[in-house]
Design a protein around this ligand. Structure first.
Ligand SMILES: Nc1ncnc2c1ncn2[C@@H]1O[C@H](COP(=O)(O)OP(=O)(O)OP(=O)(O)O)[C@@H](O)[C@H]1O
Ligand SMILES: [Mg+2]
Length: 234
């Protein structure tokens, strides 16, 4: 579904991503792991078009989208839940959800999807009219994921869904990510919390300093050159 070829991201003199190639197949959950500053968010942001790569190709369903606008990438089925969530704090839960559906022209379907997420996350229902900034961190992450899903993506990119959350909440969020996969969604998940990310991952990429260090099944990662301890820990 997604093919990334020799992606390079630079910020001035900083080379954040160095010829990174990766693939995500239909229905797969692929984990992208690595330490702070490895270039994970830069990769995700290049995939969504928030950052312009210096070189490389991004191919979605056989179509080169490297130079396609973010909005049109969303239309093509690629959506991300960015690191730090970026919900609109002053807008209500409901308004945040509707914004996630901004590209859609099927109001009935949008309403049905909102209903579905409210029954899935009852707390969002209780807080429906409340400013999103007043939600707890875990609630905000659920809202951020639900908002991304409102565009009905084929491929969802999640950047650090566990960031700053208590272990119990993290486990719940990953349970939900596992359900999304079971429903057929294709996912690329960036995580520092390797243990959670590997629960549902079909394949894993490990990056550090913008360079690919490992590509393979989660099971092999644990004994591969001590990679797990070296780059991920725990
Ligand atoms: N806007 C920017 N301007 C300059 N340098 C940047 C910018 N964004 C990121 N970088 C640098 O690029 C490198 C990769 O950063 P990136 O955010 O992609 O890493 P990451 O793997 O997501 O890290 P983390 O786990 O901390 O989120 C880092 O050295 C970072 O300092
Ligand atoms: Mg990051």
């Amino acid at each position: 579904m997604l093919k990334v070829e020799k992606l390079v991201v630079r910020y001035g003199a900083v080379m954040a991503v160095r010829e990174l190639s990766l693939e995500v197949g239909q229905g797969e959950l692929v984990a992208l792991l690595g330490p702070n500053g490895a270039g994970k968010s830069s990769t995700i942001n290049a995939l969504t078009g928030l950052v312009t790569p210096a070189s490389g190709r991004i191919v979605l369903d056989g179509k080169d989208i490297s130079h396609v606008r973010t909005e049109d990438r969303i239309r093509a089925g690629l959506t991300s839940t960015p690191e730090g969530r970026h919900i609109f704090s002053n807008l209500s839960v409901g308004e945040n959800l509707r914004l996630g559906a901004a590209i859609r022209r099927d109001p009935t379907g949008v309403r049905q999807d909102i209903e579905r997420f409210l029954s899935l996350f009852p707390v969002l229902s209780e807080r429906y009219g409340q400013a999103a900034g007043t939600l707890s961190g875990g609630e905000q992450q659920m809202l951020a994921i639900a908002r991304s899903l409102m565009s009905r993506p084929k491929l969802l990119l999640l950047d650090e869904p566990s960031l700053g959350l208590a272990p119990k909440i993290v486990a719940r969020i990953f349970d939900f990510i596992g359900e999304l996969k079971a429903q057929g969604l294709t996912l690329l998940v960036v995580e520092q919390n390797a243990k959670q990310a590997l629960r549902f991952a079909d394949r894993v990429y490990v990056v550090s300093s913008g360079t690919l260090r490992y590509d393979g099944p989660p099971a092999r990662l644990a004994d591969e050159h001590g990679l797990f301890n070296l780059y991920i820990g725990g």
